[in-house]
Write a protein that binds this ligand. Structure first.
Ligand code: FRU
Length: 490
């Protein structure tokens, strides 16, 4: 692997100055150059967060997967590290696919999928790598540690990937994505006491017919008295306003029976209601809080930064703190982000009726807006976060239905997808709390993330073509006790 890593690191060093900076994010993790998808190996290790990612350094489209690597103290300022894994052995020659990390006896272990795909044969096996310093990794000589013989009669070897290691009662477990013979998603559970020898334990959870043809990127953790299984299904059927993207992300909330290795589901729901959010992964932070990051993109979409020849594609979401409340996984922005808000402004109005206001002095491409108000007499509330004469990136809330929508309409560089209906907008229900709404909006150069009343998030990319007008807020009807705090994020 050493040679492949040196080649990748050399390429990055020599070429990263060639990327076009125009759509580069300010406070979200991206690769120095090239393509990224899923977050991998998210872990708090020796006082710092490490985040790896699916990575193809040589082009801004998907290619044989490496693991890119960055670390951070606050989850917002990232330092790029050398590429951690590269395809090099027969079992991973066509890609080091997604996986996870765990610390044991001071060493950092990675568990990933070795992908082989040649001459009509596709094989996915689970592999391990280890590092003494958290930067340089060696693949295990025992690789693959989980392969055909572990899953005989349970799953096929061609769609079997994305191991997430968890520790429970002094044992290591790994949840791995696969599918049934009837093309339904299923998550398999494996067990080990030394990270080298693994046994199949059980099928943790099997999907229903409408829950997608394959599940990807499982994550399993205990939070606020519940067990939570996050998964990313391919082609989950649309239901009301949920699961409208080609691939979705779902949180199953319930309980694992560790004696049988089965997950009993009490509730499940989509994790994010935007257009660009996939393959989330979580870790514990230094205080034991559960933090989640996802790839802020979606398969099957065109990537403007690729089409424009910018030499990079893909970004991670803002890290989010998770909780379980009333059988729902809820998300809060990582609290270190608030320390980066400067040039703070405030608008306060007892009433605003059938009119609009502009949020002046926002010129930066990274900004924050917090809006709250009482909506008993509101017909419609609209925030144009970015706007030109013709189009906008817009949020609209209608108290009568409780629907919040986000849209990018025809704003900026055209983004299309393979969904049957062209998606430029998504909608979800956000109930008012005591007739009030609280929206937080985080804009970065080419993304927007919305946190609504503590229950829903919406994440979306856009690619601005001309400098937008300052954001505006308009009301049909009346909004009372309106408060808007805003500022730039630096
Ligand atoms: C999810 C995924 C994973 C796979 C990886 C390959 O986005 O398809 O299942 O490991 O991407 O890059």
């Amino acid at each position: 692997m050493k040679e492949k890593l040196e080649q990748a690191n050399q390429y990055i060093k020599e070429n990263k100055g060639r990327i076009d900076p125009v759509y580069r994010q300010g406070y979200h993790l991206m690769a120095p150059i090239g393509w990224i998808n899923d977050p991998n190996g998210f872990v708090y290790y020796k006082g710092e967060y490490h985040l790896f990612y699916q990575y193809y350094p040589y082009d801004s489209i998907w290619g044989p997967m490496h693991w890119g690597h960055a670390k951070s103290k606050d989850l917002l300022h990232w330092e790029d590290l050398p590429v951690a894994l590269a395809p090099s052995e027969e079992y991973d020659i066509d890609g080091c696919f997604s996986g996870s990390a765990i610390e044991k006896d001071g060493k950092l272990y990675l568990m990933y999928t070795g992908h082989y795909e040649r001459e009509g044969i596709k094989r996915e096996v689970q592999c391990m790598a280890v590092s003494e310093d958290g930067i340089h990794f060696e693949k295990f000589l025992e690789n693959p540690v989980i392969s055909e013989q572990h899953i005989e009669g349970v799953a096929a070897i061609d769609d079997f990937r994305d191991p997430k290691i968890v520790e429970h009662d002094g044992l290591y477990y790994s949840v791995v994505a696969s599918k049934t013979a009837e093309q339904r998603g299923q998550i398999l559970l494996f067990q080990s006491d030394d990270l080298v020898h693994w046994q199949f334990t059980s099928i943790l959870l099997k999907g229903e017919k409408e829950q997608g043809i394959m599940w990807e990127c499982p994550d399993l953790f205990h939070l606020d008295g519940k067990d939570v299984l996050l998964i990313s299904p391919i082609e989950m059927e649309k239901k009301e306003n949920s699961y409208e993207n080609i691939n979705s992300t779902v949180a199953f909330i319930g309980e694992v029976d560790w004696s049988t290795g089965r997950f009993t589901v009490d509730n499940h729901h989509e994790i994010d209601f935007g257009l660009d959010f996939y393959a989330p992964q979580t870790c514990f932070d230094e205080q034991g809080k559960r933090i989640m990051v996802a790839w802020m993109q979606m398969w099957g979409r065109n990537m403007p930064t690729n089409e424009l020849g910018h030499l990079w594609a893909g970004t991670m979401t803002l890290p989010r703190e998770l909780h379980v409340v009333d059988q729902q996984v809820i998300q809060q922005p990582i609290n270190t982000i608030y320390k980066l808000i400067t040039d703070k402004k405030r608008i306060k109005k007892e009433k605003l009726e059938n009119s609009s206001i502009e949020l002046d002095n926002i010129e930066a491409k990274q900004f924050y807006i917090e809006l709250s108000g009482t909506l008993t007499q509101t017909e419609n509330l609209a925030i144009k976060v970015l706007r030109t004469n013709e189009s906008a990136v817009e949020l609209i809330y209608e108290p009568a239905t409780g629907y919040l929508s986000i849209s990018r309409d025809s704003f900026g560089f055209k983004i299309t997808g393979i969904e049957t209906e062209q998606l430029t907008k998504r909608t979800t229900r956000v109930p008012l709390i005591d007739n009030s709404l609280l929206l937080e909006v985080f804009r970065d150069t080419s993304s927007i993330e919305v946190f609504a009343n503590g229950v829903a998030t919406m994440s979306m990319n856009f690619y601005e073509k001309e400098q937008s007008e300052p954001p505006s807020v308009s009301v049909t009807g009346m909004i009372e006790k309106l408060k808007i705090n805003y500022g730039t994020i630096k």
